[in-house]
Design a protein around this ligand. Structure first.
Ligand code: SF4
Length: 208
């Protein structure tokens, strides 16, 4: 019998409908016959790389979209970064910048080996007013210095009333800039802190 394309599609459709109906009635099709035992697939290269790594859920630090990332850490070093499929915003997707997050930590030598980049700044660098050179300071010094300058400026410039006599309680001489390197919770605290200080000049790359 000659089977035309139309007849083939009609028979295939009828067979699919029949098997679907049987399945819904509690008659699932028999298991497929397996001739050979299953063969273990070799692990993917990426699976080997993160096999013993500790997974840390984080947020891409490049922009205000806040895509979720999974960072894989082993012996204090990041061994891989990928999109977090459980993240409600990005669902595992990353743009080209986010996909290159791994390379914020590493660069490659002439043989193509990944090495921790020496350009990553991990210390406080301070340049005094009028100075041309940077000094390396410790974090305790930096935090004390920032706190002292904020307090002094706020004390010297705080306004309780504006020119019309209305209560404003604000510090116009201070400004604050947020960062997409902070996660949502940190930025929430940042916004509350700034408001509590009476700082009205504040901004953030995501316009928080
Ligand atoms: S992956 Fe791209 S879009 Fe998402 S937060 Fe990072 S830079 Fe922004």
């Amino acid at each position: 019998m000659k089977v035309t394309r139309r007849k083939f599609l009609a028979v295939s459709g009828a067979a699919a409908l029949a098997s679907s109906a049987l399945f819904k009635l509690g008659c699932p099709p028999p298991d497929p016959v397996v001739d050979d035992p299953p063969v273990d697939e070799p692990p993917e290269l990426e699976d080997i790389r993160i096999q013993y790594a500790h997974t840390v859920s984080s947020i891409c630090s490049f922009c205000g979209v806040g895509c979720g990332v999974l960072c894989y850490e082993e012996d204090g070093k990041i061994v891989s970064v990928e999109g977090d499929p459980d993240h409600p915003i990005s669902e595992g997707a990353l743009c080209s910048k986010g996909a290159a997050l791994f390379n914020k930590y590493y660069e490659y030598d002439e043989k193509g080996n990944a090495i921790v980049t020496p350009q990553r700044i991990t210390q406080v660098h301070y340049r005094a007013p009028g100075a041309s050179d940077w000094e390396v300071k410790d974090w305790d010094w930096a935090i004390q210095e920032i706190a002292r300058r904020i307090k002094d400026t706020r004390d010297e410039t705080f306004k309780e009333k504006n020119a019309a006599g209305q209560t404003v309680n604000r510090s116009e001489a201070l400004a604050w800039i947020g960062s997409a390197k902070c996660n949502n919770e940190e930025n929430y605290l940042y916004r509350k802190f700034v408001a509590a200080m009476g700082i009205v000049n504040n901004d953030h790359c995501a316009r928080l």
